[in-house]
Design a protein around this ligand. Sequence first.
Ligand code: IFM
Length: 456
Amino acid sequence: MHKLEFPTDFLWGAATAAYQIEGAWQADGKGESIWDRFTHTLGKIVDGSTGDVACDHYHRWADDIALMKSLNIQSYRFSVAWPRILPAGRGQVNQAGLDFYSRLVDGLLAADIMPFVTLYHWDLPQALQDEGGWPQRSTAEAFVEYTDVISRHLGDRVKHWITHNEPWCIAFLSHQIGEHAPGWQNWPAALRTAHHTLLSHGWAVPVILRNSPGAQVGITLNFEPAEPASASIADLHAARRREGYFSRWFIDPLYGRHYPADMVAEYETAGYLPNGLDFVADGDLAAIAAKTDFLGVNYYTRAVARDEDAPDNLPQTVFVAPLDERTEMGWEVYPQGLYNLLNRLHFEYQVPKLYVTENGCSYSDGPNDQGEIVDQRRLNYLRDHFAAVRRAISNGVPLAGYFVWSLMDNFEWAKGYTQRFGIVWVDYATQQRIPKASALWYRDVIRNNGWTEGEE
Ligand code: IFM
């Protein structure tokens, strides 16, 4: 039997985000976020739910650290809720919010779990939204103020920082498609948001390094690599457009390549850039291309692009996998895509270091009569993606770690609690946590720094 072994310093982690698990939406001086406002608006969330309580992690953090310890988790990626720190987005600092994250970080370090902090995982203070939100440049300036406050406070103990999670979602899912808060459907606003998000990242990097000497700083992008539905020129073109929209619009400027000219031309033709790139000031692109230590990669599935415009003037994506090869999100299980992506990022963009900062799947398997959760499909998903990751490392890709999404079931944004991504089951009525079979297998993979094929 063949053992798949990982490099000795490979980091095994688990990830969550503040709004999805913390609850305590009004506790201890926290301000309102755009997700509080959005979930409290009728019709925005499929099951009508909110993150008001979620996994109550705000009160159960110590137990959750013990849970991670029992699963051998080496690093915990969590996000900070900006409105806990600066309830109005800027200005007055809320000491109780700082204290919460300070306790969490100290608890992690005491348990020998490395904190990996994301600064923005979508819960913008509503006060900043009221001033116009991310389409306004002033929000990027406020982000730098927030970054300064939190990195001064935690910078002595936190040495791994991610500025933003998934700028595509911040820009397009939230401002063009409108599925996420604040729920806009406005192309020009989405493109301005993309720029201000990237700009705030670039401005934040030196601030973090000043406040947290020796820290590693990066940004996390989500990828859904597009493959053409056929070898026709038209489908190849559709895949290129889809990549331009989803990935290149973000990664190109981050790695010093400006916004991709083909997409600028398309957006201008479509009228999405009515005044061109007027929101790009002198020096912005140099700021966005600030040197970083790593790129965070979120990967769940691929997209297959076909030459046929969807109603929003985007290339149509089609599903080619049979139903039983898709997760409950409807996403195709496609580990080869992760392998291809990691190779591409390393060889095409020369990214010096990569982390998979999210990967996982939604399956609703719950407790059986014995109270066990046999989520074999998740275990298989993880196993096959770990194998893809291992092959990429063998190929020379500098991949330093992997974070499963998610440590526990949680609030899945517009899908509410209808989707379960956790390796740990959460009973929302009692807040009981039960590690699923995938979590127990992951615990052993971490202990052995790999696994023997055929034994899973
Ligand atoms: O739950 C989300 C997470 O917040 C961001 N990345 C994708 C996950 C699954 O949809």
